[in-house]
Every structure is written in structure tokens, then in C-alpha cells.
Design a protein. Structure first.
Length: 254
């Protein structure tokens, strides 16, 4: 689905990303972890067209991503949910989802827009999928933080993406919301690719179905299963920390 080679990004002469190789299979859920400044969000920015790399190649479904605009990349099938929810809080959940429907967004198109039954049915299906069916007509501002995250995931889903980029979905969630979010992401990976950036290692353990990729200083330190990454001495030293330290995300292996 996704193939990256020799991808580099620099800001003010400082190299933020230097990926020699990264690959994602069809219907794979990949978790990317690493310390702040490791290049995780920069990588997402390149994939969605927000940042233009200094060099390298990036192919999605065999098509080149480099040089494409954010709109063009979205039309190719890559959707992104940012870390901080940005929904229209004064509108209902239903209206937020209606605005997220695929289609023309011009002035005239919006003025004469009329919701079709199949579009309404699609909104309802997606709302059920993200645990928001019973809040469809509540204002988005009344939702919990976790529910706002689900609403943003639903808005991305309405674009029919083939690959979803999701940035720290568990941040600020209750334990119950975190568990439900993990279940949702695993369910989404049954029919699309999903890349998740996350710091909560208990959440990573829940959703890590395939590889976990560890980024440090813009480069891939290692890749492997959750247990392999958790027990990797370099990962512990560079990111997870030691037992009792402020940086510890999970317990160090015995």
C-alpha cells in the first residue's frame, strides 16, 4: 500500500526526517512511537502533502505522493485525523458529519445542497461504527474529549479513505474511551490501512497487530512486534526510560 525510500526533511538546516525505507501492507495497522522531536508528525505531514520533503520517494498504491497537494492526496485515498479535535462545536454531530461528506465544497454547491437518502444512511452507518449513533443530534460541544476524537475519525471515514493517519488518539481519554478507541482502530484495519502515532504504551499494546516502528532523531531505530520493541535495550534507553524515571511508559523487562 505504502512504500517509502530515502525520504528526508530538513528545517533550517536541521534534519527532521531521514527514512531509508518504510513499507505498509494492505489492511495493516502500524503504530509509530518515539520521543518528542523524533519526526513522527513530520512523517504524517509528508504523507498528507502538508510538508514537501527535500528528497526521496513516497508511493501510495503505486502512485507518487511527492509534489501532490493536500487535496490531491486526500482524493487518492489518504485521510488524516490530527491530535487535537477540530469540530464545529456549535453544530450537531449529524451536521458535522454532513459537512464531512465527500463531494464538491464550492459556494454554489453548498447553497443548493440537498441531503440524499443514501448520504443520510451513510452518516448513520458511520455514526454507529464510531459509537456516536445515540449522540447524533447532540451538539458537538457537549461531547466528551474522547467522543470528539471519534467524531473526527468519523469525518475522515466519510471521505472513504484507503489509508488513515491518526495522531495520538488516546490522549486525554478516559480508560473506557481508550479501550473503545482501540477496538475501533482494530476494526477499521479490517478494510483499510491505518497508521497511528501514540505515546500511551498500554494503548499501543492493545492495538499493535503487526509491526511497531520506533523513530528516534528522524530515523527508524527498530521495528518489530510489541514485545520485541518493549524488550529492546536501545528503545528502553532512548525512549521508554528505566523503572521509576519520569519518562517510563511501560515496565522494563526483567
Amino acid at each position: 500500500m505504502l512504500s517509502i525510500s530515502n525520504l528526508s526533511v530538513s528545517f533550517g538546516g536541521v534534519q527532521a526526517l531521514n527514512l531509508s525505507r518504510f513499507e505498509l501492507k494492505e489492511k495493516e495497522l502500524r503504530v509509530i512511537i518515539g520521543p518528542n522531536g523524533a519526526g513522527k508528525s513530520t512523517f504524517m505531514d509528508v504523507l498528507c502533502g502538508k510538508t514537501v520533503p527535500a528528497g526521496g520517494r513516497a508511493y501510495f498504491g503505486g502512485k507518487n505522493l511527492i509534489g501532490k497537494s493536500e487535496t490531491e492526496i486526500a482524493r487518492m485515498g489518504i485521510g488524516r485525523k490530527f491530535q487535537k479535535p477540530s469540530v464545529f462545536e456549535g453544530l450537531s454531530v449529524f451536521d458535522n458529519l454532513m459537512l464531512g461528506l465527500k463531494g464538491r465544497k464550492g459556494f454554489l454547491s453548498s447553497m443548493f445542497f440537498k441531503l440524499k437518502q443514501e448520504q443520510k444512511d451513510k452518516i448513520i452507518r458511520v455514526a454507529k461504527r464510531v459509537n456516536l449513533y445515540d449522540r447524533l443530534y447532540a451538539t458537538a460541544g457537549s461531547l466528551s474529549h474522547g467522543q470528539k476524537q471519534w467524531l473526527e475519525i468519523a469525518i475522515v471515514l466519510l471521505q472513504d479513505p484507503k489509508l488513515m493517519l491518526i495522531d495520538e488518539p488516546a490522549a486525554g481519554m478516559s480508560d473506557m474511551e481508550t479501550e473503545k478507541t482501540g477496538e475501533l482502530l482494530c476494526e477499521l484495519a479490517r478494510d483499510k490501512g491505518v497508521i497511528v502515532i501514540e505515546h500511551d504504551m498500554h494503548f499501543v499494546e492493545q492495538i499493535a497487530q503487526d509491526k511497531v516502528t520506533v523513530l528516534v532523531r528522524g530515523e527508524i531505530l527498530t521495528e518489530g512486534s510489541f514485545d520485541e520493541v518493549k524488550n529492546n535495550r536501545e528503545v528502553i534507553d532512548c525512549y521508554l526510560g528505566t523503572p521509576g524515571s519520569a519518562q517510563t511508559k511501560i515496565s522494563e523487562p526483567a
